[in-house]
Design a protein around this ligand. Sequence first.
Ligand code: ADP
Ligand code: MG
Length: 699
Amino acid sequence: MLDITTRDIKFLPGVGEQRATLLGRELNIRSLYDLLYYFPYKYIDRSRVFKVNELGGQLQHVQLLGEIRSFEEMGEGASRRLVAHFTDGTAFVDLVWFRGIKFVKNRLKLNTQYVVFGKPSVFNGRVNIAHPDVDDASLLKLDTMGLQPYYNTTEKMKRHGLNSNAMLKLVQNLFSLLTAPLNETLSADIIQKNGLMSLDDALRIIHFPRNPKELQLAQYRLKFEELFYIQLNILHYAKERQMRYVGHRFARVGEMFNRFYNEQLPFRLTNAQKRVVKEIRADVNCERQMNRLLQGDVGSGKTLVALMSMLLAKDNGYQACLLAPTEILAEQHYATLCRMLGPLPVRVELLTGSTKAKERVPLFEALESGGVDILVGTHAVLEDNVLFHNLGLVVIDEQHRFGVVQRAKMWAKNSVPPHILVMTATPIPRTLAMTLYGDLDVSVIDELPPGRKPINTSHIFRNRIDSLYSFIRGQINEGRQAYVVYPLINESEKLDLKNLEDGYRQLCNVFCDYKLSKLHGKMKPKEKDDEMRRFASGETQILVSTTVIEVGVDVPNASVMVIENAERFGLSQLHQLRGRVGRGASQSYCVLVTDYKLSEDTRKRMEIMTTSNDGFEIAEADLKLRGPGDMEGTQQSGIAFDLKIANLARDEQLLKFVREVARGVVEADPQCCSPLYRVVWERLQRIKSINNRNWGAIS
Ligand code: ADP
Ligand code: MG
């Protein structure tokens, strides 16, 4: 039997070696299965024929039936074109070709009935259609043509003749190989209860719909299935883990927690902080391993929650560990914890890549003997030779630099895996969180400590940069500091650095009476930390940097964040950068600098940034503008998924619904052995192996 998931695309009639290479490289289509699941991105109704006098500039593609009355060649050089004056008796429209003029003129005849298909536009007050499809009317049966599918292809593919039409032919060839119906991939009860179309029908219709109604049903079935398996994968994984591992039980709220709360806490917890601490306590008080994601906007006070959770561990006889993505952050956390704990007898230690070998020996001994209560560190803690006496809780700050693999490494540090609390300031919209971190429970700090002044954000064009400089000067004269950030453009690291270097030089000229720091990803960690320290201690007044400062750094005295080439940043990243200021009590400012010419998209982003300070609102907007593929954290999450038809921004309702269906399956059949769901579990394995082949992903 033909196995479409393994059959190489090159064996499909009409493909061959060369096209197979292109399909693989450009669209990741390597097997017949990949092509079957390469869905059209739009459909055009070809059963409808428009009248020429109905045309205007706003129409999408239209179809006309009429005759060419005359040809005319016009223009010189690049604007040389062939115009055919076409009419159906209601009015005239110009058909225009800029290329292949001779070929078109030889092929088309005057006064013959043609079906013309294309996108009208208005030029100099006249309606025209450039490079239309023109077919002999006697050859097309319009009323049976239904909806015409359109497939996305790349420029490179088009240059080799692989346009949408060619893709359509390949899909037709594929279906003529599929003589038997495709095997169903959802269980009968799910199909029946949810009124779903069969897989075989859905796949045929998604490529060749006859009418919008059945197309909609096919789309629904395929979206349902796509989201269902993502959710099933995550929920099954979480269930398995829950059954396999018991967790440490922190039953007591003990002395250190209480003394900290009563004697050391310099302010009152916000209601959100209180709620989250309660959620964590409930989690660690039952015999299950906690895996919780704590989301809270920059400055919302996550560190305090982390500390209180770690004190719970201490009070119950366990050690805790706080992981940070960079040395400077680890040092800051270490200093913060020591300061907050004051005289309380809790031993906190620091371990980073720069911890000297000499200091490591006693530190490791103290860790193993249980003398250390809280270890703050970087990736260095993950090393196999770092052993704990009794690790009960791991807090990971700024999740997206640590993936699933790193989390798993920390589990292995104790025979019973420690509770895990992941903290992130990148607000992730709920739909995405359900998909990326669906195995984690989520807590949210949705409230800032009182007294914070909202950051004043403005957007200026580059030609007003001088007034910005005098503003910065004013702030520095008041004793404040400023960040100036340049984007990483990725295309060329050299160019990126040049951008930064040019900017730095210019700023050094303008601010020659002050000291400036410079920071970028190509510097050694030690150099970066030194430079960052100079700025943090106030030795330098301006920090010129690429986005390396994005994560967590805390310099409360900085009051200005300038983001150069702001059009190059996504919304979430802009918000993240902005969060570096506004950490002290006085007014802070964020200034977005762009060119004068902006795309519609950029204009929207600038508008959202200048009107909203709410990380979640911004994340939702970001998801809508960019789509989930580009969202931060997607790549690092370790759970690979590539949505072919569902859209996390648009299909939130369906996602929630389908999640419950998947949960029902996991609850009803936790051992994956019921015949009722056999087809479902087999399909899940299949999807995982296909994903592994395509991305080498962990899932
Ligand atoms: P983030 O969530 O960005 O990690 P931090 O934990 O660094 O935020 O907290 C930001 C600042 O707010 C710190 O200086 C911290 O001491 C302060 N803070 C935290 N909680 C409160 C609170 N309940 N009331 C007042 N200030 C608070
Ligand atoms: Mg923080």
